[in-house]
Design a protein around this ligand. Structure first.
Ligand code: ZN
Length: 146
């Protein structure tokens, strides 16, 4: 089990240090900014959606390793998924982070399950996700974890 934890930690550090899909996307049709004042995490999510399918997902910003790793893993998880599926993944991820497990298959996202034990970090991990949902739903309210 400790080996597994170590592997998870490495994945989080890897994604935190060299996030995937870290770019401004000029052809995105859903763009939102999110902010976690508790930790200082700040990011912008770029979603390119066509015919109810997320064709591309990128992000930019700065924050702690957890927030960056979560955004990085999220963009990888969402590409090519239908908006309906994205909403299911969001719910499953939320379960994973808040109660530590989910019945849905969330693939690599399970590396973030351990965040559940660190309530302060939950907001770091969910920031990208709340921002992404606001982007997809064209919600104009300011996204803040507070
Ligand atoms: Zn953070």
């Amino acid at each position: 089990m400790s080996d597994l934890n170590e592997l998870y930690q490495q994945l989080i550090i890897d994604h935190g240090r060299s996030p995937r899909n870290f770019a401004v996307s000029l052809n995105a049709n859903h763009v939102r900014e999110g902010h976690n004042p508790l930790c200082g995490d700040q990011l912008t999510i770029y979603i390119t959606e066509k015919n109810n399918v997320v064709e591309n997902a990128t992000f930019q910003g700065c924050g702690c390793a957890i927030s960056m790793a979560s955004a990085s893993l999220m963009t990888e998880a969402l590409k090519g998924k239908s908006v309906e599926r994205v909403k299911k993944i969001f719910q499953a991820f939320h379960e994973l982070i808040t109660i530590g497990h989910t019945d849905e298959d969330v693939g690599k996202l399970t590396v973030l399950a351990g965040v559940n034990e660190f309530p302060m970090r939950v907001k770091c991990a969910t920031l990208a996700w709340h921002t992404m949902m606001a982007a997809i739903e064209n919600n104009v309210d300011k996204v803040s974890t507070e």
